[in-house]
Design a protein around this ligand. Sequence first.
Ligand code: AMP
Length: 419
Amino acid sequence: MSFVKVKGTYDVLPNESKRWQALEKFVRDLFNTFKYEEIRTPMMEYSNVFHRENEQSDMVTKETYNFKDKGDRDLTLRPEGTAGVIRSYVENKLYANNRLTKLYYIGPNFRYERPQKGRYRQFMQFGVEAVGSSDPFVDAEVIFLAYETIRRLGLKGVKVKLNSIGDDLSKSNYKKVLVDYLTPFKDQLSADSIERLNKNPLRILDSKAPEDKEIVENAPLPINYLSDAAKEHFNKVKEALDALNVPYIIDGKIVRGLDYYSHTVFEIEAAIPGFGAQNTLGGGGRYESLVEELGGPRLGAIGFAFGMERLLYALEMENIQLVNEERLDAYFIYFDEPSKSMSFKLLNELRQDDFKVDMSYLPKSFKSQLKEALDLKAKYLVIIGENELKDQMVQLKNTDTQIQELIPMNQLKEKLGVL
Ligand code: AMP
């Protein structure tokens, strides 16, 4: 019997976790600047939060982890952040203060997808939701924040792709045009798409089935069927982004993977070597009916999410360091039980004063302890032997200059503090 990780998952080992922490800190600081506040919602929700009448996307219908708990309740591991956040927004009446509620989250999502590079079954996302307004300036703020995220990280070669799929009127007009276009091809479409033709034709646009590809390629696009109101909204978003010099490309093919979107949708794409089609770092869009669908008032919202694995990989590919080299202040080296006890006492006293210090608990020779100290990039060695212990002294050696001095134990803190 062997014990292995679940297919499509991964471990973050200590040598990688610092990069994760650094990215999380970066995100928190940046989102704070824009006055977004963190919300932490459960990783599981009652299934109806995701499985709604109007949500027929593959992500929700085919890729969710669904199970019953011992109380026979239907639960789903969240496949994305937004629905749970909006469930919480409504349940906790965050709309009561009559303000735009600006939330961010960082956490894992679960999708039963085919695992490959950049695609996992448990993956981390951070994202924002600005809930309670349909103002196009909010769209621009959210897109600007997504853009700032990658700009401040220093990622080059990143594209912001923008599209509008319009309001309800535009969507129902477009739906007719799309069905008229697709119907003559009915026999050539994939089985899934034939089913979607009646239920949810828009989903056919992001079909990955090879037999659909060419048909979809030449399909009419939502952006050409926008109502006047939707056009006006989109123009205002573009104007606001132009004023901020956000470089974007209009891409009429972006429809996003969920059904709740309307108006503005966008994706942030990077050319990541080896990632193939998995090169979308993040994406988002406006959703005008989800708050109401989840039992709240009719309030508009917009959000985005970035995938952290892909983002970290892109940073690595572009040689962008998130973490500065970490050094230990000092490493203790001892020779016998009495000097080990003294090292243990002294180093934990230093820790109380926030010095970063360590020692080996394994029975190691002087040479092995020294090697460990150098691996950990200790600035100082504190060496305690029989003689030093007898005289209540320690040897303090600077590993950069190689200068070594014999100092009284009770001066160690002072010496390390000023050296
Ligand atoms: P989505 O929620 O599908 O719009 O995805 C937003 C971002 O999350 C994507 O651009 C990816 O960076 C990331 N993402 C989505 N699905 C996965 C997955 N299965 N594995 C890793 N990252 C993912």
